[in-house]
Write a protein that binds this ligand. Structure first.
Ligand code: MG
Ligand code: ZN
Length: 225
């Protein structure tokens, strides 16, 4: 038990160092006029599919790129490259989240001035990504209709810290008897006033509203110019 205060101290230093790096990144992104959006969710909630459709659609109008975090494989990056946008994989090994230093390292050699939007797909995990600022402007948390409606209450920190909740795979809502009222109730309970959008990347339902919201947030902040 004696070593506990030491562990707490080390963790606090890790978070403090991450915050410093995230602040540097945020300043760089702002200088370059790039709007940065991160995505977090459980594994299998449809981050990569949503991102693939988003990159493909936004490319017609904007200069977009993506970083994608995963524990072991580069499969997601290969899928996202089909959109034609520049994509880099961050393989984290045993680390179950991205941190700001990983983002900074993976941006080496990229001219941020050449970008309007940068997407960062976090490792599928609803726990520790909540503690790591990546310098993003907007954090999206995804909840698929195939998950339990009470997930926000099980992982309140990540839902509380998000700027937008996206309910994914709504084309399956009826088949899995998704309880919309219960899900929205759970979201409101942990994050009152959190904006919620429903999308199906598969059918395209809700995608226009989703893409419009990202663009308007960026323009409101004077970014993506
Ligand atoms: Mg993925
Ligand atoms: Zn982690």
């Amino acid at each position: 038990m004696k070593s506990e205060p030491r562990i707490v101290e080390v963790r606090q230093n890790v978070f403090r160092q991450n915050d410093v790096t995230a602040r540097e990144l945020r300043a760089r992104f702002r200088d370059a006029g790039v709007f940065v959006i991160s995505l977090v969710s459980s594994p299998g909630s449809g981050k990569t599919t949503l991102l693939e459709k988003t990159l493909t659609a936004m490319q017609k109008q904007w200069r977009v790129a993506a970083l994608v975090g995963d524990l072991a494989t580069e499969n997601d990056a290969r899928r996202l490259e089909r959109s034609g946008a520049p994509v880099r994989q961050i393989v984290t090994g045993t680390v179950c989240h991205l941190d700001a230093a990983m983002v900074r390292r993976s941006l080496e050699g990229w001219d941020l001035d050449e970008l309007d939007f940068l997407f960062i797909e976090n490792v599928g995990n609803l726990v520790c990504p909540a503690s790591y600022d990546l310098g993003e402007d907007m954090r999206l948390v995804l909840l698929s209709v195939t998950e339990g409606e009470d997930k926000p209450q099980k992982y309140p920190t990540i839902f509380h810290g998000a700027d937008l909740a996206v309910i994914t795979k709504v084309d399956l809502a009826e088949a899995v008897e998704f309880d919309r009222v219960a899900a929205c109730g759970a979201l409101c309970a942990v994050s009152p006033g959190l904006q919620v959008l429903e999308v199906s990347a598969k059918t395209g339902e809700g995608m226009d509203a989703f893409l419009g919201l990202l663009a308007s947030r960026a323009i409101t902040q004077g970014l993506a110019r």
